[in-house]
Ligand binder design. Structure first.
Ligand code: 9MR
Length: 377
């Protein structure tokens, strides 16, 4: 290379580097929802203190970056309908006032689940186990009351949550055992009757596992064939820093696009902490050394892991951008590291770091990686 071309190319290189920093820092000032605007909605789960305005850090981030939120717990059966004759709509009503005043779309989570559902739901008034017809009627009444109350205000519902095991069989729960497998179709029908304009999703985790993905795809196809209104598949997206591989995540997006339903990523977080499955049942209070090894970043995430997390988020969002024609929404399952459920899973009191913002609400390298991916880099 001649001296001139060396100087020329190094000058060009320097300018390109400076320019990309300028562009990146410009973009860093842009809300995520603006960068994602022509592709998908972008959202976060919101907890009670945030919904009630007691967490200014999170609320500022929500107002700035997200155009949709999903209440993390207050629409679950045990919260919204704690006793047979008592609904508690107050927290949802208050949240809707905030979201509607800011033009943020609220998503309902969730109508039918085997967890966070009181035991009385499956018993008659005299304490006897319910039969199919009685439980279907109870389900219909619940869905009609909850979806009906927010008709035209809650834009989409996770109608049925986690009905499959990882091997693709229908999970044995009181819902499937008392009603039968058509509890799923019935729930969608009830929800559609209560609000014909709301979008309705089937929501599950580990859909990257082929057997579970295929079971969910079969379900969607059957519902569509039978004229049951289903608009999308909710892929929760509770992923680890190194697992599942990206091609399996991709393989769980494509088939639903082909079926013509929307893919919504409903509960995204990326867990950087070790999670050895064989230790899940261990009594950690009696094993301090084990506890320490499963909770290694109490003082903060080391730089190398921070970069790995950023790389992973970048890869995931480049994949989302690639499939933006199929993906309608991406919702994170918390706002900052301070309030993620992963601080308490698989045991309470861990210091986890799976989100884009740290405990103080400061953006992490993962945030920059998402900005870059959304900017096409
Ligand atoms: O984030 C939720 C946490 O606050 C609750 O304690 C927990 C109870 O089961 O549910 C968490 O949210 C779950 C969601 O509703 C369904 N998918 C898995 C989520 C993480 O457990």
């Amino acid at each position: 290379m001649s001296g001139f071309s060396r100087i020329f190319s190094s000058t060009v290189f320097t300018w390109l580097a400076v320019w990309s920093v300028v562009v990146a820092s410009d973009r860093r000032d842009m809300p995520l929802r603006t960068l994602a605007a022509d592709r998908f909605l972008i959202g976060a789960a919101i907890n009670v203190p945030q919904a009630e305005g007691r967490d200014a850090v999170a609320m500022n981030l929500i107002s700035r970056h997200f155009n949709t939120v999903t209440p993390e717990n207050i629409l679950k059966w045990e919260k919204v309908h704690p006793e047979p004759e008592r609904y508690d709509f107050g927290p949802v009503d208050r949240l809707l006032e905030v979201t509607e005043s800011q033009g943020i779309l609220l998503i309902g989570h969730t109508l039918v689940w085997h967890q966070q559902t009181p035991r009385w739901v499956f018993k008659s008034a005299s304490g006897e186990p319910m039969d199919r017809d009685a439980l279907l009627e109870r389900l219909r009444a619940h869905i009609t009351a909850v979806v009906g109350r927010y008709k035209g205000r809650i834009g989409g519902w996770d109608v049925v949550n986690e009905a499959f095991e990882d091997d693709g069989t229908v999970r044995k729960t009181p819902w499937s055992q008392i009603i039968g497998e058509d509890f799923i179709a019935k729930a969608f029908e009830f929800a559609h009757q209560a609000d014909p304009d709301a979008e309705l999703y089937y929501n599950d985790y580990n859909l990257w596992k082929p057997a579970k993905r295929d079971a969910a795809a079969r379900l969607v196809r059957q519902l569509l064939d039978r004229g049951v209104p289903v608009d999308g598949i909710g892929e929760q997206g509770h992923w680890l820093i190194n697992d599942p591989p990206l091609d399996l995540i991709e393989a769980a997006i494509v088939p639903f696009g082909k079926l013509g339903v929307k893919v919504v990523i409903t509960e995204l977080d990326v867990d950087p902490l070790p999670r050895p499955r064989e230790l899940m049942g261990a009594d950690l209070s009696k094993r301090p050394e084990l506890r320490q090894s499963l909770d290694p970043y109490r003082e903060g995430l080391p730089d190398a892991v921070q970069q790995e997390l950023a790389q992973r988020y970048g890869d995931i969002f480049r994949l989302f951008v690639k499939h933006a024609d199929k993906i309608a929404r991406v919702t994170f399952w918390a706002v900052t590291d301070a309030n993620t459920w992963l601080n308490n899973f698989p045991f309470r009191g861990r210091t986890n770091h799976p989100m884009l913002w740290d405990r103080e609400g400061k953006p992490k390298p993962a945030f920059d990686a998402v900005i870059k991916a959304l900017s096409g880099k």
